[in-house]
Ligand binder design. Sequence first.
Ligand SMILES: [Zn+2]
Length: 101
Amino acid sequence: MGMFDWYEPEAAHACPECDAELSGWQGTSGPCALLVYRQGRRYPVDQRVDPEARLLALRQAAFDLPAAFQIHTFCANGHPAALQCGCDDHRWVSCVPSALR
Ligand SMILES: [Zn+2]
């Protein structure tokens, strides 16, 4: 399995240094199985692995995100960026720009 999961915030976020649009958010607070978490959804919406490698028959409770966590990415110009995220009853509901931890 991978070393992180993918995260898709609801809103677009721009690089704090150059204003380039940011994508490819990654975080290590979840199961770190290349799952795709989408803001506002209780459980992962996808898993970016070969179909043969997909996690099967795992209980959904195994996919819970913590109440607070950070995700990070790099803009097209190589600047690091981070979002501080929060969950309400394990559903990812908020994210705000944050200093890299
Ligand atoms: Zn940048």
